[in-house]
Design a protein around this ligand. Structure first.
Ligand code: PLP
Length: 433
């Protein structure tokens, strides 16, 4: 028995069940990954006991000799992983998550109610990029700042860069954000930099989804054009759940970005850093600087491209008809199936996916698509041949969903749900029938 199993068997039991779920099923959620045991060990270490408000060498608590060494190491590795010159770029490794990293970055770059532009949520953007609805401003990024979403070209479903330029002419934003949660294509940072420059605006990239691919050199680097770059550390980067903020030390737009970002993280938005998480990030970043990381990143993209190709071969419709990164956006509307129905059925058969809005969805509440990602299954060493099997499973899941939808309320549906539920409760893992 481990100390946890002995002192709290209830929590241990839940962890055991989740462990089984993760290892018996197929993890296709594009924002998730399977972090290494080394990272988990660092993340679960005694560093969780330590308070260290402030920055290395300037803390508000004693006893930070080793924590200082850790944070400096993590900063150094973060710059190395993204091939950044420490004379030009700095990084804050303290954000608790991607959302807090983004809010701290907005706090650093903007005054309250300044204007920003980000990719709209229904087109693949993130909540923290200024999202609001006609009824409500529900995100801090829209409550404390004014925002205007930009979107996709309806013909190509790629970012409408010309549209961004004409919107910016009228809106005159102080900040343009690039980056997305559900966009299968690479970014034209140069085009966005030119638009930002025309209006004296900052350019920030939230590379949360693709940072592992940027570190591996298989997606374009936002560092060539942006003033600030944020990321989560737990998606394609495969680390613990946290965030990073990179800032240009000597940006044309502001001389003092380093101080602005550091002050925005603490004391503006956060308290003491989570040193155990910083240890986990450092361990992950060491992995991301190894030659094997490039191979991983390349395989993630190859796998996503095979997945896209196989689905297209089955006559399914994908947003932008393919992918250049780790994710595939699958438009289910031509099938008359909603994303939530397929998500539910896949849950029953041990395939984890998430429903997602696709461009032109009538309602964000009933998304017409599914988002798939290959970061986690590539961490399990799956290659192109395995992905063909995964695509076939998904095809069968869709066919089954269509049959069950047609038979809604019928004995067939009830029997299916009963058998599948019994199987998963018996820890057998449900099978596609
Ligand atoms: N930015 C992007 C592009 C994301 O996709 C996400 C999460 O999915 C976040 C930020 C927020 O990250 P977190 O959940 O760690 O707050």
């Amino acid at each position: 028995y481990t100390p946890l199993a002995q002192s709290d068997p209830e929590v241990q039991n839940i962890i055991d069940k989740e462990t089984w779920r993760q290892f018996s099923g197929l993890e296709l959620i594009a924002s998730e990954n399977l972090t290494s045991r080394a990272t988990m060990e660092a993340n679960g270490s005694i560093l969780t006991n330590k308070y260290s408000e402030g920055l290395p060498g300037a803390r508000y608590y004693g006893g930070n000799e080793w924590v200082d060494e850790l944070e400096v190491l993590c900063q150094k590795r973060a710059l190395e992983a993204f091939h950044l010159d420490p004379a030009q770029w700095g990084v804050n490794v303290q954000p608790y998550s991607g959302s807090t990293a983004n809010f701290a970055a907005l706090t650093a770059l903007l005054q309250p109610q300044d204007r920003l532009m980000g990719l709209g949520l229904p087109d693949g953007g993130h909540l923290t990029h200024g999202y609001y609805t006609a009824k409500k401003k529900m995100t801090a990024s829209s409550i404390y700042f004014q925002s205007l979403p930009y979107g996709l070209d309806p013909a190509t479903q790629h970012i409408d860069y010309k549209g961004v330029a004409s919107q910016a002419k009228i809106y005159k934003p102080r900040l343009i954000i690039c980056g997305a949660s559900a966009y299968p294509r690479d970014w034209d940072y140069k085009a966005l930099r030119a638009i930002a420059d025309e209006h004296g605006a900052f350019l920030m990239s939230d590379m949360a989804h693709i940072s592992g691919l940027v570190a591996g050199g298989v997606n374009a680097s936002p560092f060539d054009y942006c003033d600030v770059v944020t990321t989560t550390t737990h998606k394609t980067l495969r680390g613990p759940r946290a965030g990073l903020i990179f800032f240009k030390k000597d940006s044309d737009k502001a001389k003092d970005l380093e101080k602005r970002v550091n002050d925005a993280v603490f004391p503006a938005c956060q308290g003491g850093p989570h040193n155990n998480t910083i240890a986990g990030i450092a361990t992950t970043l060491l992995q991301a600087t190894q030659p094997s990381w490039k191979e991983y990143a390349l395989q993630v993209v190859k796998n996503a491209q095979v997945l896209a190709k196989e689905l297209v071969a089955h006559q399914y419709k994908l947003q932008t008809s393919g992918t250049e990164n780790h994710l595939v956006l699958w438009d289910l509307r031509p099938l008359g199936l909603t994303g939530s129905k397929l998500e539910k059925l896949c849950d029953i058969v041990g395939i984890t996916i998430n429903k997602n809005a696709v461009s032109g969805d009538a309602s964000a509440q009933v998304p017409g698509g599914i988002r798939l990602g290959t970061a986690a299954i590539t961490s399990r060493d799956m290659l192109e041949s395995d992905i063909k099997v995964v695509a076939d499973f998904l095809h069968r899941a869709v066919q089954l969903s269509l049959i069950l939808q047609k038979e809604a309320g019928s004995k067939l549906l009830k029997d299916f749900v009963r058998v599948a539920t019994t199987q998963s409760e018996g820890k057998q893992g449900a099978q596609l029938v």
